[in-house]
Design a binder for this molecule. Structure first.
Ligand SMILES: [Fe+2]
Length: 328
């Protein structure tokens, strides 16, 4: 049993209006629905109701990351598995998160707030003016504003022990280990994993300050390098701080840039990146002699903040006592 694919992320934001402006007008995502507390967003070719939720909060960070499972009964099997493992979990009733059925939420050992779900609503244009496409392959018309990424791509966390976290994700959730970086002592500095053939859907980097898990970034995918140059100009034009890039990761071959949305969460725009098809893929190692190229091929310097800055990673709406510790 394994998860099927990464589905969505919920970010907590301290300035919902400004963050909504950034993700719609600058990033070019589309609102599926919203209220005073939350905004549900997706990229133009994201098929589901949402791939990103912005939730108004008194602090910035990540509330949960949703992974779809392969079939409905997997949720019950995972519940049993978490009981056996002593992993605390709680259920989110279907519909409480709009567009989603029952969610099984749990914290990974390293501190990533994950959720497993099966049922989800597909996005429907529902008469929104100008968004309906003539193409069945387009859930809505091609992006017409802002950076306009095609789809949600991945999430990245800082954690104290990326090696242990990777092993747990691979063993318990079946998420394949794709490539990693390690220092001269053989300590794991980062690991990148995916269940699909993307180079990674989740990455874990060593938290240099050893302060536990933090969200490093969420990433959206654009189609081409020229769209990366365009994205950088759009960000600068709108007064958004670019932290690093555009540059090229040697590890995945993807072209990247990182910026901060107005509430302080880091966001990546990227394109390219190798795809992986082999069922017996062996993780690629990047040691001290190649690590710099792994992070950046083109010569720009990684800013110190890239290794140290992240935003809070925990559930705010988890019950006091988890289901796993009350059900015996
Ligand atoms: Fe969810």
């Amino acid at each position: 049993m394994a998860v099927a694919h990464l589905g969505h992320a919920e970010l907590r934001v301290t300035d919902l209006d400004r963050s909504r402006w950034f993700f719609t007008e600058v990033m070019g995502l589309y609102v599926t629905e919203e209220n005073d507390e939350r905004v549900y967003l997706r990229a133009w070719q994201d098929w589901d109701h949402h791939t990103l939720i912005l939730t108004k909060s008194d602090h910035t960070g990540i509330e949960h990351v949703g992974w779809r499972v392969e079939k409905p009964e997997d949720l019950g099997t995972y519940e049993k598995q978490f009981k056996d493992l002593g992993v605390d979990y709680h259920w989110i009733e279907g519909g409480k998160e709009p567009g989603q059925g029952d969610g099984l939420r749990f914290m990974t050992p390293g501190g990533m707030p994950f959720e497993l779900y099966w049922e989800r609503e597909l996005y429907a244009v529902n008469g929104k003016d100008g968004l309906a496409s003539a193409l069945p392959s387009h859930p809505q018309r091609y992006a017409s504003r802002g950076i306009g990424p095609r789809r949600f791509d991945h999430v990245n966390f800082l954690a104290d022990e990326p090696g242990a976290e990777q092993e747990w994700l691979t063993r318990e959730l079946g998420i394949h280990h794709r490539y990693y970086a390690e220092n001269s002592n053989g300590e794991r500095l980062a690991s990148w994993l995916s269940r699909t053939n993307l180079s990674h859907e989740v990455a874990i980097q060593r938290n240099k300050n050893q302060t536990g898990a933090l969200l490093h970034h969420v990433a959206y995918f654009v189609d081409s390098p020229d769209q990366m140059a365009r994205a950088a100009t759009i960000l600068a034009d709108n007064g958004i701080q670019i932290e690093w890039g555009p540059g090229q990761h040697g590890t995945s071959g993807a072209i990247f840039l990182y910026c901060f949305e107005p509430s302080g969460n880091r966001v990546e725009v990227w394109t390219g990146g190798m795809l992986i098809f082999a069922p017996d893929w062996e993780p690629i190692g990047w040691g001290p002699e190649t690590a710099e190229l792994g992070y950046e091929l083109w010569g720009s310097q990684m800013p110190e903040t890239y290794l140290t800055y992240g935003t809070e990673s925990h559930f705010t709406d988890a019950p006091q006592k988890s289901a796993s510790s009350t059900s015996g």
